[in-house]
Design a binder for this molecule. Structure first.
Ligand SMILES: Cc1ncc(C[n+]2csc(CCOP(=O)(O)OP(=O)(O)O)c2C)c(N)n1
Length: 294
C-alpha cells in the first residue's frame, strides 16, 4: 500500500516533541528527509529495526525529528558510531545522514575506511557545498572560486567529487541525485537501502542562506533550476566528452557491485575462533561465573 505524504508524516515524525525544525526556508534538507522516509516506507522496513545516525550539522538534525532508533552523534563521527551499532546488532538497518563537511571534511578518514570495509549500511550525504550550521565556512565540497566566510576572495582548493571518492575507496554502491530530482532520489535511496554492503548516496542540495546568498545564486527556486539544468543522467554522461561534462552533475547509479559483506565475514571469523577454542575441562566448567564471593 502506498501511503500519502500526510500518512508518512503521521507515521514517521516525532510530531509532538521535536518541532518546529531548524531548517531555513528553501533548504534542501526537508526534501531529502521526505525522500528518505518514502523510500523506507516503500521497501517496508519496520520502524523499530531502523537506526538513523548523524553527526552534527544542519542536515544532521534529521534523526531528531523521526521516530526510528536514532543517534545524533559527534561532528564527523557518525560512521564510527553506525559501524558499532551494525556490528553489535547486524539485523538492524543502519543509515547515516551527514553533510559534506561532516562526511568528507572532519569525517573524511572514517568515510574512506567505511567505504573499503563494505559493512552493510547506507551513508546519505547531503552536499550543500558549505558548512551550513556554523554560518558558511568553506568545506571540501565548495567549488573553486566560490565565496564563503573563510574564503572571502574565493576558494583556492579543488573540491572533492564525493561520489568518485566513494567509488575509489571501494564503496560497492554509489548513487548521486539532487533535491530537484525527487523521484530519482527516492528510487536510488531505495536501491541503496536494499544493497547488501556499504552504499553511498550523494544528494546535491541548495543552501540558499549561507551559500546561495553569498555567491549571488538567486533564491531557492533559482538554485533548484541550476540543479535541473546541470544534471545529466549517468547513461547520457557515458556518451559525453570530458569537456562537455565539466561542471555537470552526473546523476543515477554510478556503482553497483557485489563483494563480501563485513558483518557476515566477521561472524565467520567468530565461528572459526569459537571452533578453535579447546573444550573446557570439567574443573574449568565448575568455575563460578556469577562473580559471587566464595
Ligand atoms: C569536533 C567539532 N568541530 C567543529 C564543530 C562545529 N561544527 C558544527 S556543524 C559544523 C559544520 C557543518 O557542516 P556540514 O557537515 O557540511 O553540514 P551542514 O550544516 O551544511 O548540513 C561544524 C564545523 C563541532 N560541532 N564539533
Amino acid at each position: 500500500m502506498e501511503r500519502s505524504n500526510r500518512q508518512i508524516i503521521q507515521r514517521y515524525l516525532r510530531h509532538n516533541k521535536k518541532f518546529p525544525h531548524i531548517w531555513c526556508p528553501g533548504c534542501g534538507n526537508g526534501v531529502v528527509l521526505g525522500c528518505l522516509l518514502r523510500a523506507i516506507d516503500r521497501i517496508g522496513w519496520i520502524k523499530d529495526d531502523v537506526v538513523l545516525v548523524s553527526g552534527i550539522g544542519c542536515s544532521s538534525r534529521a534523526p531528531v525529528y523521526v521516530d526510528f532508533n536514532t543517534l545524533h552523534t559527534v561532528h564527523g563521527r557518525a560512521l564510527a558510531f553506525a559501524t558499532g551499532v551494525k556490528l553489535a546488532r547486524p539485523h538492524l538497518h543502519v543509515v547515516t545522514l551527514m553533510g559534506d563537511g561532516d562526511s568528507v571534511g572532519i569525517g573524511g578518514n572514517h568515510f574512506v575506511h567505511a567505504c573499503r570495509r563494505n559493512i552493510d549500511m547506507t551513508a546519505v550525504i547531503i552536499n550543500n557545498q558549505i558548512y551550513g550550521m556554523t554560518g558558511g565556512q568553506v568545506s571540501p565540497a565548495t567549488p573553486q572560486g566560490a565565496l564563503s566566510t573563510t574564503t572571502v576572495y574565493g576558494n583556492l582548493d579543488q573540491p572533492f567529487d564525493i561520489s568518485r571518492l566513494a567509488e575509489a575507496a571501494g564503496a560497492t554502491f554509489v548513487a548521486r541525485s539532487t533535491t530537484y530530482h525527487v523521484k530519482e532520489l527516492e528510487k536510488v535511496l531505495g536501491q541503496a537501502f536494499r544493497h547488501v554492503g556499504f552504499s553511498v548516496v550523494e544528494v546535491v542540495a541548495g543552501c540558499p542562506t549561507t551559500y546561495g546568498r553569498r555567491n549571488k545564486l538567486g533564491g531557492p527556486v533559482e538554485m533548484m533550476r541550476w540543479q535541473k539544468e546541470k544534471a545529466v543522467s549517468v547513461k547520457k554522461a557515458r556518451e559525453m566528452a570530458p569537456e562537455e561534462l565539466a561542471g555537470r552533475i552526473v546523476t543515477g547509479v554510478l556503482v553497483d557491485r557485489d563483494a563480501p559483506e563485513y558483518t557476515r565475514e566477521y561472524e565467520k571469523i567468530r565461528e572459526a575462533a569459537r571452533a578453535a577454542q579447546p573444550e573446557p575441562t570439567v574443573e574449568e566448567d565448575k568455575v563460578d561465573r556469577t562473580g559471587a564471593e566464595p
